[in-house]
Design a protein around this ligand. Sequence first.
Ligand code: DC
Length: 216
Amino acid sequence: MSGPTPLIIAIDGPAASGKSTVAKRVAAELGCVFVNSGGMYRAFTWWVLQKGIVAEDTPSVLDLLAATDFACGEENGVGTITIGETRMTSSEMASTEVNANVSVIASIPEVRERLVAEQRRYAERNGVVMEGRDIGSVVFPGTPFKFYIDASPEVREQRRRSEGITDSIAKRDRIDSSRKASPLVIPKDALVVDSSDLSADEVVETVMASIRSRLV
Ligand code: DC
């Protein structure tokens, strides 16, 4: 006997578009698990650098990938990732070194395959709000709830500066949008929300209104 279909909300967009803030709040409103898929690519990038491997050395990255166990879980409604014995924390995942290397690691197809399989596992167990670059286009193309949160490059750079984070946003966007494997695209049936001149409340309300209108 199959149960009710779990709710899957896909939220994509470029770096610093505000999608994490929005996805977290939408997940809380719906009682779903929030999963930051970028955090999974960041966690593995941290692990690669920790092992002294250069991100561009693909054969060594692939050897490490084959030897790595990922355990994805959930705590207080938020997805967690453990690599080997190490439970990843946001300070490790948001370091300047990780920011500078994550797009190179995320462009390797085998890395994506492994992490996409983990991402799909979340949805088997729970309702999920997942944010990333390819969630609506590749990870969950069948969900009717797809959103693409955008903002101008100036607004996005300014947001990162005000968080005190050093991040090469323009460079990451370029790599993320031009790579061969699952590039950042607007899924064809996604609702696009430009957050440049909107508050987080307004973006959350726009997304929630769209979801509610289709749930009744
Ligand atoms: O969302 P973020 O900026 O933390 O993501 C970090 C990097 O991970 C981003 O530059 C590209 C990659 N990423 C990806 O390739 N696919 C995803 N679904 C999420 C992130």
